[in-house]
Write a protein that binds this ligand. Structure first.
Ligand code: ZN
Length: 315
């Protein structure tokens, strides 16, 4: 079985304006790197998929979705905050991103692919139930998890978010339930956007103990981060016994990233990927679906994604 891959120029059709780090060229750079590495031919290519409205509504309010649609139609420059820029096609592209996340999860859960990666724009993990935030319009990973719960009857999904920023939207989606375990390793909230993700945030009500935040001090090395992964993340996966692991794969903790504040190397992400794939072999039967979040230095992003997908393919 192979690795499902979503990689399509349509995800460059979400304009963000001059000087914006989350830019269309991220997709072009990834495509060139994967092509050069011969990876596209080694994967099962998955065409971008529109998302069914029921899955959008499973994680976002009707009011927000129609507000977003109106803002794109009216040609407004951004929604909710100036860094969440939009163009007239942005909602359509965001819906394709969410739908593609759902489709890769479907392929993996139905045994058509062993694992998968989707190079999606716009990213998703900051998007809240009723608003956009931090370059994110629709929460791709949360929508994919809702789909896996409702359509496939899963009851234990583990989301590991290694983007340098805390995935506030994903945490808030699932912090009151035990069916989705949200684990995030990110820059300490006192040092970087969005200012959430303290270690004390551990979930609430039925979800208490199913949120795990691992804040990193600025300048943390990849080796130190890997030690934390082994000490905290792998045991959490082992005891939760997930049926599926979803990755919010941001590459902005790389030392070259212009907006992150960590010192990860490309090899750090390879080691993270290997460890997670090994952890998924048990209860999850190796089922890992990885969705692109951040990563803003184009050469580092392209190199990291190439190394990440190589590791998914070779496992
Ligand atoms: Zn990020």
């Amino acid at each position: 079985m192979s690795t499902a891959l979503v990689l399509d120029p349509v995800f460059a059709r979400h304009p963000t304006g001059a000087g914006h780090p989350e830019r269309p060229e991220r997709i072009t750079a990834i495509e060139a790197a994967l092509e050069t590495a011969g990876l596209i031919a080694r994967c099962m290519e998955v065409q971008p998929h529109p998302v069914a409205e029921r899955w959008l509504l499973s994680n976002h309010s009707e009011e927000y979705l129609s507000r977003l649609a109106r803002a794109c139609e009216m040609g407004l420059p951004y929604i909710d905050s100036p860094d969440s820029t939009i163009g007239e096609d942005s909602l359509q592209v965001a819906q394709l991103a969410a739908g593609s996340a759902v489709e890769v999860v479907r392929r993996v859960l139905q045994g058509e692919a062993r694992n998968g990666f989707a190079a999606l724009r716009p990213p998703g993990h900051h998007a809240e139930y009723d608003c956009s935030l931090g370059f994110c319009l629709l929460n791709n990973v949360a929508i994919a998890a809702r789909y896996a719960l409702a359509e496939h009857g899963l009851s234990r999904i583990f989301i590991f978010d290694w983007d340098v920023h805390h995935g506030n939207g994903t945490q808030h989606s699932f912090e009151s339930m035990s069916e989705v375990f949200y684990c995030s390793m990110h820059a300490h909230p006192a040092t970087l956007f969005p200012g959430t993700g303290f270690a004390e945030e551990r979930g609430q009500g039925k979800g208490e103990g199913y949120t795990l935040n691992l804040p990193l001090l600025p300048g943390t090395s990849g080796e130190e981060a890997e030690r934390l992964l082994v000490k905290h993340v792998l045991p959490a996966i082992a005891s939760y016994r997930p049926e599926l692991i979803l990755l919010s794969a941001g590459f902005d903790a790389h030392i070259a990233d212009p907006i992150g504040n960590q010192r990860f190397s490309t090899e750090t992400f390879v080691q993270f990927t290997k460890r997670i794939l090994e952890a998924a072999e048990g209860s999850a039967g190796g089922r890992v679906v990885s969705l692109l979040e951040g990563g803003y230095d184009l050469p580092a992003l392209a190199e990291c994604v190439s190394a990440h997908v190589t590791t998914l393919v070779d496992c």
